[in-house]
Design a protein around this ligand. Sequence first.
Ligand SMILES: C[S@@+](CC[C@H](N)C(=O)[O-])C[C@H]1O[C@@H](n2cnc3c(N)ncnc32)[C@H](O)[C@@H]1O
Length: 293
Amino acid sequence: MSVQAGSRDDDDLQGDREFAFSSSDYAFLAKLLKEKTGIDLGPSKQNMVYARLAKRLRKLHLPSFRAYCDFIAGPDGIDELGATLNALTTNLTKFFRENHHFEHLGDQALTEIRARAATRGKRLRIWSAGCSSGEEPYSIAITLKRSMPDIAQWDARILATDIDTEMVRRGGEGIYNPESLEGMAPDLKAKYFETSGPGIPPGKVRVREDVRQLIAFKHLNLMDAWPMKGPFDAIFCRNVVIYFDKDTQRVLFDRYANLLVPGGFLYIGHSENLFGITERFKLLGRNIHRKIA
Ligand SMILES: C[S@@+](CC[C@H](N)C(=O)[O-])C[C@H]1O[C@@H](n2cnc3c(N)ncnc32)[C@H](O)[C@@H]1O
């Protein structure tokens, strides 16, 4: 690891906090996060970092953030590093978030995607990159099921990846609090979720097996080499790059373009854009892009 824990005599950031947390501890953690994930916290997320990591210090019985930084920088810290990254990523998501993207997928994109896939052995691939706890890829899968009643006759697969191992695990389970389905049409809830059965904890709902089968959940850091070759018909990478700097975004969107079929679709989040990042996509509107052939 090329980030170094800071010196011991720098200023302490907090007043009455449980653990000492200095500006060099923050600088160390922010640099580590940027190097490992692309996420650039900037200079002022100290409170967030403290709140998210304090429970790790408690669990490990460490007396200060300096001790925590030394631990993850040291030879025994490799496992904890994963927990650090899990704690520092922001996983906010919901079913059918920015629903116009799923409307576009179901009403327009899939017509094209099917026509193209029909000439390629009915192979249809969609990637949810930065899938968090699974609500996004399940929304894609439900859209596919609704728009393609003959889906069983297609080689249709969704890849769902995230850097956060806990999110990937939860996504694979497909178990949610009923409140997370609030606002969803009752017929969708009834058709694609079950409330009882083996493996479903009381008071929870689970995505039905036929929907779960469409998705492969995998741990993947977008900054690393990607094992999959594609091509993908569509990529959802929404609300992931908000904290990436422009250079990191340039590389990432270029790699997405390389993996998409010509004319393939890229969906990005409402506060994200590709201006000054890449010219390999044409904006169709509402943060939906088409790869230029
Ligand atoms: C705010 S959530 C967005 C979830 C979903 N795409 C949506 O829009 O609802 C951002 C996700 O991106 C993931 N993420 C951040 N940096 C990543 C990286 N370098 N590689 C893979 N996933 C990353 C986070 O772990 C988090 O789950």
